[in-house]
Design a protein around this ligand. Structure first.
Ligand SMILES: [Zn+2]
Length: 668
């Protein structure tokens, strides 16, 4: 009983301590008529950035919020970009992922009846001739999945020949279970992956070959499409606000509904939102050349107190990318705060639009709200502009977004402290909760700030041998392995690379990679080609052992043999695991530090140092460059049990990772 009272008191304390300032939202809701409409060219960056576009989408769509239905007519104009003719077209019909429980996406999971959805194609023509859709399960063999469909064309379509494909269709909108649907209050309709979208017709790996890349909706990986020009007329009830991937160029208000004309060029997907009872405002980011980007925010009214925190994160990310990677190419960016009960709509990226969601308790010291905004913004570059195939090489967007967002966090947000979410909801510092649990040993160890890479390392360690970066993402074992590989290992790969190349050089490489592949579909080989060309440093060991293979490594010092009479010390090092990593080895004496470098190859290696000084300790990789080392605690060896700086750092790092593993393990 005593403990229950103590815990209750603590929770009340946490509530009042961390609840952000909530003020009345009334009076600050800006009517959507105030959404800035940019039709002149003065705000466009002077740097011309356009994609080579071979298709366009014109869509008229209306939302019926009562029936939870979209009605649309759509015309796609497509030119064959390849020298190889084709006589078929492939389309994604993603709403069918929620059509029955045996789809690839649901893989047997039952979902509530109101979370079912499907797309009904009522009319389909190609160049004016009626056509029928054939559902295709060629990639997976799953005949219950109808998220991919094929149209056969009478005549082969040669390079630059064009087709006009016209659809009329209805989409039943689900109650949000995944990335698409409406919230529990039925006032937030988020439409993503809602329209028939062409696959990508691209050249094959063998010369003279080409084919359609059009994957079904997989359980955890994401999407892939070509850059296109989009023009939409979206009709929604007058009481709802619109936010989208596009720029509103006109609107027509009628008795019950408003129709918005919205355009965006050089994007590969289009998402939009109709919502009411939300904060709706815009902000402008101005560049030195006087061009500007209009940021359209939709926030939950309960999160008005976080308004500055959200826009600061967006500005921090925008400034970092424009300074270090390249220019944001669109005139608009839409940032949407999704309700907490809206499935996986929270924290998703689309071209010129991303979503996040704020937990009710999100104290600033955890930096978790800032982190998710930085991550999702980063996808504007790694996914939006560098449009890799997210279902096969997810680390190229998830790992890269994670790496850059963590960098911005480190640079702009200072020290971070540990927290984890009690019951998945209330963040409590690890220190305080463990103190209540009366584990004083861990209490002491957790009173330290959290190393920035600790979460990534813990997530990587848990599944280090379950898959690797070169594995086809959608074939990875499950969501946890997918996240460990694509997010954690991907980001650790880049952090380790940075530590070996230096930050300046890696950012230079990323800038070149961006310039060469913007508005294209880069692969890992393209990134490695840029890396080899611009880094001028041998990093093949990293590519072979940590990209191609799921090799692991743990370097450890077994001991130091000291012969004072011969003025000699010998360090014995063991390499566990298959990976080979070049490393620095330091010997600390009472007078100096003696450094040596090792290619890391031998399984057991002895280093002999000649010195008259008193030996204190030895350490492998003192700058923690190799973040793949599975155990930092055995990287140092101290002659006496006295306090040692090097040992202290190692121990501190080790216990952090161990504690995180313990916490994650306890919650799973
Ligand atoms: Zn992401």
């Amino acid at each position: 009983m005593k403990y229950i009272i103590l815990i209750s008191l603590f929770l009340f304390y946490a509530f009042f301590q961390y609840q952000e300032k909530q003020t009345s939202a009334v009076g600050d809701i800006i009517d959507s008529t105030a959404v800035k409409v940019n039709v002149d060219d003065s705000s466009r960056s002077k740097i011309k950035q356009v994609a080579k576009v071979f298709s366009s989408y014109s869509i008229k769509v209306s939302l019926d919020v009562q029936k939870k239905l979209l009605k649309a007519s759509q015309i796609i104009k497509w030119k064959n970009p390849s020298t190889i003719p084709t006589s078929e077209l492939y389309f994604h019909l993603y709403p069918n992922a929620f059509g029955n429980k045996r789809t690839e996406f649901l893989s047997g999971r039952r979902i509530p009846g109101n979370s079912h959805s499907h797309i009904n194609i009522n009319k389909l023509t190609v160049n004016g001739k009626p056509k029928s859709l054939n559902y295709s399960s060629s990639r997976t063999g799953n005949r219950f999945d109808s998220t991919v469909a094929k149209i056969d064309i009478d005549q082969p379509v040669n390079q630059y020949d064009s087709l006009e494909i016209a659809f009329e269709y209805e989409v039943k909108i689900p109650k949000a279970y995944s990335r698409f649907g409406y919230d529990a209050n039925e006032i937030f309709f988020f439409l993503a992956q809602w329209f028939p979208k062409l696959g990508v017709y691209e050249n094959g790996s063998l010369p003279g070959t080409a084919g359609w890349v059009c994957d079904p909706y997989y359980p955890f990986t994401e999407f892939y499409a070509d850059f296109s020009n989009y023009s939409l007329e979206i009709t929604i009830p007058n009481s709802f606000k619109l936010a989208s991937s596009g720029e509103v160029i006109s609107k027509k208000v009628e008795s019950k509904n408003t129709t918005y004309k919205v355009v965006q060029n050089n994007i590969h997907d289009f998402a939009w939102l109709a919502a009411k009872d939300v904060l709706d405002f815009t902000d402008t980011i101005k560049r030195k050349d006087h061009s500007e980007v209009t940021v359209h925010y939709i926030l939950q009214t309960t999160n008005e107190g976080s308004r500055n925190r959200v826009s600061t994160a967006v500005n921090n990310a925008f400034n970092f990318f424009e300074k270090n990677i390249g220019t944001y190419p669109y005139r608009t960016l839409t940032v949407i705060d999704a309700p907490t009960k809206a499935g996986m709509i929270r924290a998703m990226e689309y071209p010129a639009l991303f979503t996040f969601s704020k937990d009710y308790f999100s104290p600033e010291f955890t930096k978790d709200l800032d982190e998710v905004i930085l991550h999702e913004f980063s996808h504007q570059y790694f996914y939006g502009i560098l449009a890799n195939n997210e279902s096969t090489e997810a680390w190229l967007d998830e790992g890269f977004a994670e790496y850059i967002s963590q960098k911005i966090l480190q640079k702009k947000y200072g020290q971070r402290f540990a927290s984890f979410k009690l019951f998945g909801y209330l963040p409590v510092t690890g220190m305080e909760l463990l103190a209540i649990e009366r584990i004083p040993f861990i209490y002491t160890l957790t009173q330290i700030p959290k190393p920035f890479e600790a979460d990534l390392m813990a997530a990587y360690y848990s599944y280090a041998t379950f898959g690797t970066l070169s594995d086809t993402s959608f074939r990875l074992l499950n969501r946890r392995v997918y996240q460990s590989v694509s997010y954690a290992k991907g980001a650790l790969f880049l952090f380790t690379l940075e530590k070996y190349l230096g930050e300046k050089k890696l950012l230079f490489v990323l800038r070149q990679y961006f310039n060469q592949y913007k508005f294209k579909h880069p692969t890992a080989s393209d990134f490695f080609a840029a890396l080899r060309k611009f880094s001028h440093q041998n990093i093949e060991w990293l590519i072979t052992d940590f990209y191609e293979k799921s090799y692991t490594c743990d370097y450890k010092i077994l001991g130091i043999d000291v012969s004072p009479e011969r003025h000699r010390a010998e360090i014995v090092i063991v390499r566990d695991g298959e990976a080979v990593v070049p490393l620095e080895i330091d010997l600390y004496t009472d007078m100096d530090t003696i450094k040596t470098f090792w290619n890391g190859k031998e399984k057991i290696k002895r280093f002999t140092f000649n010195t008259r000084n008193t030996i204190i300790a030895a350490e492998i990789d003192p700058q923690r460059k190799n973040l793949f080392d599975l155990n930092f605690a055995n990287n140092s060896y101290t002659m006496k049990t006295q306090y040692s700086g090097a040992l202290y750092i190692s121990t501190r790092w080790f216990f952090w990772v161990q504690n995180l593993l313990m916490i994650f393990g306890g919650l799973s």
